[in-house]
Design a protein around this ligand. Structure first.
Ligand code: B12
Length: 215
Protein backbone atom coordinates (compact mmCIF):
# COMPACT_ATOMS: atom_id res chain seq x y z
CA UNK A 1 0.00 0.00 0.00
CA UNK A 2 0.99 3.64 -0.18
CA UNK A 3 3.07 4.00 2.93
CA UNK A 4 6.14 6.14 2.48
CA UNK A 5 5.89 9.83 1.65
CA UNK A 6 7.32 9.13 -1.81
CA UNK A 7 4.65 6.50 -2.45
CA UNK A 8 1.90 8.82 -1.33
CA UNK A 9 3.18 11.69 -3.50
CA UNK A 10 3.41 9.22 -6.40
CA UNK A 11 -0.23 8.30 -5.80
CA UNK A 12 -1.24 11.97 -6.17
CA UNK A 13 0.89 12.22 -9.32
CA UNK A 14 -0.84 9.09 -10.68
CA UNK A 15 -4.31 10.40 -9.80
CA UNK A 16 -3.66 13.46 -12.01
CA UNK A 17 -2.33 11.27 -14.83
CA UNK A 18 -5.39 9.02 -14.43
CA UNK A 19 -7.62 12.14 -14.72
CA UNK A 20 -9.15 11.17 -11.38
CA UNK A 21 -10.40 14.39 -9.75
CA UNK A 22 -11.86 12.59 -6.75
CA UNK A 23 -8.67 10.69 -5.96
CA UNK A 24 -6.53 13.81 -6.43
CA UNK A 25 -8.72 15.72 -4.01
CA UNK A 26 -8.92 12.91 -1.48
CA UNK A 27 -5.21 12.11 -1.50
CA UNK A 28 -4.15 15.76 -1.21
CA UNK A 29 -6.60 16.17 1.67
CA UNK A 30 -5.12 13.12 3.40
CA UNK A 31 -1.61 14.49 2.92
CA UNK A 32 -2.58 17.85 4.40
CA UNK A 33 -4.08 16.06 7.39
CA UNK A 34 -0.74 14.30 7.91
CA UNK A 35 0.99 17.67 7.98
CA UNK A 36 3.07 17.14 4.84
CA UNK A 37 4.83 20.25 3.57
CA UNK A 38 2.67 22.07 1.03
CA UNK A 39 5.56 22.77 -1.30
CA UNK A 40 6.31 19.03 -1.49
CA UNK A 41 2.71 18.26 -2.45
CA UNK A 42 2.81 21.01 -5.05
CA UNK A 43 6.23 20.47 -6.57
CA UNK A 44 6.73 16.71 -6.28
CA UNK A 45 3.17 15.62 -7.03
CA UNK A 46 0.82 18.16 -8.65
CA UNK A 47 3.24 20.28 -10.70
CA UNK A 48 5.38 17.23 -11.52
CA UNK A 49 2.26 15.59 -12.96
CA UNK A 50 1.54 18.61 -15.18
CA UNK A 51 5.14 18.54 -16.40
CA UNK A 52 4.71 14.88 -17.31
CA UNK A 53 1.46 15.68 -19.13
CA UNK A 54 3.28 18.44 -21.03
CA UNK A 55 6.08 16.04 -21.99
CA UNK A 56 3.61 13.41 -23.21
CA UNK A 57 1.73 16.06 -25.18
CA UNK A 58 5.02 17.19 -26.69
CA UNK A 59 5.79 13.61 -27.70
CA UNK A 60 2.38 13.21 -29.28
CA UNK A 61 1.28 10.42 -26.93
CA UNK A 62 -1.41 12.50 -25.24
CA UNK A 63 -3.77 15.10 -26.70
CA UNK A 64 -5.68 18.25 -25.75
CA UNK A 65 -8.73 16.51 -24.20
CA UNK A 66 -6.44 14.49 -21.93
CA UNK A 67 -4.41 17.59 -21.09
CA UNK A 68 -7.67 19.26 -20.08
CA UNK A 69 -8.76 16.32 -17.91
CA UNK A 70 -5.38 16.21 -16.19
CA UNK A 71 -5.63 19.97 -15.59
CA UNK A 72 -9.01 19.44 -13.96
CA UNK A 73 -7.61 16.79 -11.62
CA UNK A 74 -4.65 19.04 -10.79
CA UNK A 75 -7.05 21.89 -10.02
CA UNK A 76 -9.09 19.63 -7.73
CA UNK A 77 -5.94 18.97 -5.72
CA UNK A 78 -4.92 22.63 -5.78
CA UNK A 79 -8.33 23.72 -4.46
CA UNK A 80 -7.72 21.60 -1.35
CA UNK A 81 -4.51 23.56 -0.77
CA UNK A 82 -6.09 26.96 -1.46
CA UNK A 83 -7.19 27.78 2.12
CA UNK A 84 -3.73 26.93 3.43
CA UNK A 85 -1.94 28.83 0.70
CA UNK A 86 -4.06 31.97 1.06
CA UNK A 87 -4.28 32.17 4.87
CA UNK A 88 -2.18 34.98 6.16
CA UNK A 89 -1.26 36.62 9.42
CA UNK A 90 0.88 39.37 7.96
CA UNK A 91 -0.05 43.02 7.56
CA UNK A 92 -1.55 44.11 4.21
CA UNK A 93 1.35 44.11 1.77
CA UNK A 94 -0.16 45.88 -1.24
CA UNK A 95 -2.46 45.24 -4.17
CA UNK A 96 -1.69 43.08 -7.18
CA UNK A 97 -3.65 42.73 -10.39
CA UNK A 98 -2.91 39.47 -12.16
CA UNK A 99 -4.11 37.85 -15.37
CA UNK A 100 -3.25 35.55 -18.25
CA UNK A 101 -2.57 37.41 -21.47
CA UNK A 102 -4.79 37.64 -24.55
CA UNK A 103 -5.53 34.36 -26.39
CA UNK A 104 -3.99 32.27 -23.62
CA UNK A 105 -6.25 30.01 -21.54
CA UNK A 106 -3.68 28.54 -19.13
CA UNK A 107 -4.49 29.55 -15.57
CA UNK A 108 -3.12 26.95 -13.16
CA UNK A 109 0.22 28.72 -12.69
CA UNK A 110 -1.43 32.13 -12.45
CA UNK A 111 -3.88 30.83 -9.86
CA UNK A 112 -1.08 29.33 -7.81
CA UNK A 113 0.89 32.59 -7.95
CA UNK A 114 -2.28 34.45 -6.88
CA UNK A 115 -2.88 32.13 -3.94
CA UNK A 116 0.67 32.45 -2.67
CA UNK A 117 0.59 36.23 -3.04
CA UNK A 118 -2.59 36.29 -0.95
CA UNK A 119 -0.85 34.11 1.60
CA UNK A 120 1.92 36.71 1.73
CA UNK A 121 -0.61 39.42 2.61
CA UNK A 122 -1.27 40.93 -0.82
CA UNK A 123 -4.76 41.79 -2.03
CA UNK A 124 -5.04 39.98 -5.35
CA UNK A 125 -7.40 41.02 -8.13
CA UNK A 126 -7.54 38.22 -10.68
CA UNK A 127 -8.65 39.23 -14.19
CA UNK A 128 -8.82 35.61 -15.35
CA UNK A 129 -7.57 34.32 -18.69
CA UNK A 130 -7.47 35.69 -22.25
CA UNK A 131 -7.13 39.25 -20.96
CA UNK A 132 -6.70 41.82 -23.75
CA UNK A 133 -4.10 44.58 -23.25
CA UNK A 134 -6.90 47.17 -22.94
CA UNK A 135 -8.42 45.22 -20.04
CA UNK A 136 -5.10 45.25 -18.16
CA UNK A 137 -4.92 49.02 -18.69
CA UNK A 138 -8.51 49.47 -17.48
CA UNK A 139 -7.73 47.37 -14.38
CA UNK A 140 -4.60 49.41 -13.69
CA UNK A 141 -6.79 52.53 -13.61
CA UNK A 142 -9.61 50.96 -11.65
CA UNK A 143 -7.58 49.25 -8.92
CA UNK A 144 -4.34 51.26 -8.84
CA UNK A 145 -2.31 48.15 -7.98
CA UNK A 146 1.26 48.32 -6.68
CA UNK A 147 2.16 45.51 -9.06
CA UNK A 148 0.57 44.16 -12.22
CA UNK A 149 1.37 40.53 -13.03
CA UNK A 150 0.99 38.76 -16.36
CA UNK A 151 1.16 35.08 -17.16
CA UNK A 152 1.77 33.45 -20.57
CA UNK A 153 2.22 29.74 -21.29
CA UNK A 154 2.43 29.85 -25.06
CA UNK A 155 5.23 31.21 -27.21
CA UNK A 156 2.45 32.49 -29.49
CA UNK A 157 0.93 34.62 -26.72
CA UNK A 158 4.17 36.06 -25.33
CA UNK A 159 3.92 38.94 -27.85
CA UNK A 160 0.67 39.94 -26.14
CA UNK A 161 2.71 40.50 -22.99
CA UNK A 162 4.90 42.91 -24.93
CA UNK A 163 1.81 44.68 -26.33
CA UNK A 164 0.32 45.02 -22.86
CA UNK A 165 3.50 46.49 -21.35
CA UNK A 166 3.70 48.96 -24.24
CA UNK A 167 0.06 49.99 -23.86
CA UNK A 168 0.39 50.40 -20.08
CA UNK A 169 3.43 52.64 -20.52
CA UNK A 170 1.86 54.56 -23.39
CA UNK A 171 -1.06 55.19 -21.11
CA UNK A 172 1.29 56.64 -18.51
CA UNK A 173 0.84 53.91 -15.90
CA UNK A 174 4.04 53.77 -13.88
CA UNK A 175 3.44 50.91 -11.45
CA UNK A 176 5.58 47.79 -11.41
CA UNK A 177 5.03 44.99 -13.93
CA UNK A 178 6.05 41.39 -13.33
CA UNK A 179 5.81 38.56 -15.82
CA UNK A 180 6.02 34.78 -15.71
CA UNK A 181 4.92 31.48 -17.21
CA UNK A 182 6.87 28.48 -18.48
CA UNK A 183 8.26 29.97 -21.75
CA UNK A 184 8.97 33.42 -20.26
CA UNK A 185 12.57 34.29 -19.36
CA UNK A 186 14.32 37.07 -17.54
CA UNK A 187 15.81 38.20 -20.86
CA UNK A 188 12.36 38.41 -22.43
CA UNK A 189 11.09 40.37 -19.43
CA UNK A 190 13.95 42.86 -19.82
CA UNK A 191 13.44 43.07 -23.55
CA UNK A 192 9.76 44.02 -23.30
CA UNK A 193 10.34 46.51 -20.50
CA UNK A 194 8.76 44.57 -17.63
CA UNK A 195 10.22 45.32 -14.19
CA UNK A 196 10.69 41.74 -13.09
CA UNK A 197 10.41 38.04 -13.83
CA UNK A 198 10.01 35.03 -11.54
CA UNK A 199 10.16 31.36 -12.47
CA UNK A 200 7.74 30.08 -9.84
CA UNK A 201 5.17 31.13 -7.25
CA UNK A 202 7.56 31.56 -4.28
CA UNK A 203 9.77 33.60 -6.61
CA UNK A 204 6.76 35.73 -7.55
CA UNK A 205 6.10 36.44 -3.86
CA UNK A 206 9.72 37.42 -3.23
CA UNK A 207 9.66 39.65 -6.32
CA UNK A 208 6.39 41.33 -5.32
CA UNK A 209 7.81 41.99 -1.85
CA UNK A 210 10.92 43.58 -3.33
CA UNK A 211 8.82 45.65 -5.73
CA UNK A 212 6.53 46.99 -3.02
CA UNK A 213 9.36 47.64 -0.55
CA UNK A 214 11.17 49.64 -3.20
CA UNK A 215 7.93 51.62 -3.58
C1 B12 B 1 -2.54 22.07 -18.57
C2 B12 B 1 -2.13 22.54 -19.95
C3 B12 B 1 -3.14 22.97 -20.83
C4 B12 B 1 -4.60 23.10 -20.41
C5 B12 B 1 -4.74 24.39 -19.56
C6 B12 B 1 -5.81 24.26 -18.50
C7 B12 B 1 -5.76 25.41 -17.53
N1 B12 B 1 -6.92 25.70 -16.99
O1 B12 B 1 -4.73 26.01 -17.27
C8 B12 B 1 -5.32 23.16 -21.79
C9 B12 B 1 -5.79 21.77 -22.18
C10 B12 B 1 -6.50 24.14 -21.88
C11 B12 B 1 -4.17 23.56 -22.72
C12 B12 B 1 -4.37 24.05 -23.99
C13 B12 B 1 -3.35 24.31 -24.90
N2 B12 B 1 -2.05 24.11 -24.72
CO1 B12 B 1 -1.31 23.68 -23.01
N3 B12 B 1 -0.35 22.93 -21.50
C14 B12 B 1 -0.74 22.55 -20.31
C15 B12 B 1 0.47 22.00 -19.51
C16 B12 B 1 0.42 20.48 -19.60
C17 B12 B 1 0.58 22.36 -18.04
C18 B12 B 1 0.57 23.86 -17.70
C19 B12 B 1 0.48 24.00 -16.20
O2 B12 B 1 -0.60 24.20 -15.66
N4 B12 B 1 1.61 23.81 -15.49
C20 B12 B 1 1.66 23.85 -14.01
C21 B12 B 1 1.81 25.29 -13.52
C22 B12 B 1 1.86 25.32 -11.99
O3 B12 B 1 3.04 25.80 -14.02
P1 B12 B 1 3.16 27.17 -14.85
O4 B12 B 1 1.89 27.48 -15.54
O5 B12 B 1 4.41 27.15 -15.63
O6 B12 B 1 3.27 28.29 -13.71
C23 B12 B 1 4.38 28.42 -12.84
C24 B12 B 1 5.48 29.36 -13.38
O7 B12 B 1 5.54 29.41 -14.78
C25 B12 B 1 5.20 30.67 -12.72
N5 B12 B 1 4.22 31.60 -13.30
C26 B12 B 1 3.12 31.35 -14.05
N6 B12 B 1 2.45 32.48 -14.29
C27 B12 B 1 3.12 33.49 -13.70
C28 B12 B 1 2.87 34.86 -13.65
C29 B12 B 1 3.77 35.69 -12.97
C30 B12 B 1 3.49 37.15 -12.90
C31 B12 B 1 4.93 35.13 -12.36
C32 B12 B 1 5.89 36.04 -11.68
C33 B12 B 1 5.17 33.76 -12.40
C34 B12 B 1 4.26 32.95 -13.07
O8 B12 B 1 4.72 30.28 -11.45
C35 B12 B 1 3.88 29.12 -11.59
C36 B12 B 1 3.94 28.31 -10.33
O9 B12 B 1 5.19 27.77 -10.07
C37 B12 B 1 1.65 22.63 -20.32
C38 B12 B 1 2.98 21.89 -20.20
C39 B12 B 1 3.92 22.56 -19.22
N7 B12 B 1 4.77 21.76 -18.64
O10 B12 B 1 3.89 23.75 -19.00
C40 B12 B 1 1.07 22.67 -21.74
C41 B12 B 1 1.62 23.66 -22.76
C42 B12 B 1 1.88 25.02 -22.11
N8 B12 B 1 0.46 23.81 -23.77
C43 B12 B 1 0.87 23.85 -24.94
C44 B12 B 1 0.01 23.97 -26.07
C45 B12 B 1 0.65 23.87 -27.42
C46 B12 B 1 -1.38 24.15 -25.91
C47 B12 B 1 -2.42 24.34 -27.04
C48 B12 B 1 -1.98 25.30 -28.16
C49 B12 B 1 -2.75 22.94 -27.60
C50 B12 B 1 -3.68 22.91 -28.79
N9 B12 B 1 -3.17 22.40 -29.89
O11 B12 B 1 -4.79 23.36 -28.73
C51 B12 B 1 -3.66 24.86 -26.27
C52 B12 B 1 -3.72 26.39 -26.22
C53 B12 B 1 -4.98 26.91 -25.59
C54 B12 B 1 -4.88 28.41 -25.32
N10 B12 B 1 -5.33 29.23 -26.24
O12 B12 B 1 -4.36 28.81 -24.29
C55 B12 B 1 2.39 23.82 -25.07
C56 B12 B 1 2.97 25.20 -25.35
C57 B12 B 1 4.11 25.15 -26.37
C58 B12 B 1 4.66 26.50 -26.59
N11 B12 B 1 5.95 26.58 -26.56
O13 B12 B 1 3.99 27.46 -26.84
C59 B12 B 1 2.80 23.17 -23.69
C60 B12 B 1 4.21 23.61 -23.18
C61 B12 B 1 2.78 21.63 -23.90
C62 B12 B 1 3.89 21.12 -24.78
N12 B12 B 1 4.86 20.41 -24.24
O14 B12 B 1 3.90 21.33 -25.97
N13 B12 B 1 -2.96 23.34 -22.14
Amino acid sequence: MTDTLDDRLDAIFDAVLDYDDDAAERLVRAELARGTDLQLILNDALIAAMDEVGDQFGQGTLFVPEMLMAARAMKAGLEVLRPRLTETDTAPAGTIVIGTVHRDLHDIGKNLVGMMLEGAGFTVIDLGVDVPPEAFVAAAHAHRPDVLGMSALLTTTMPNMRKTVALLREDGWNGRIMVGGAPVTREFADEIGADGFAADAPGAVALARRMTRAG
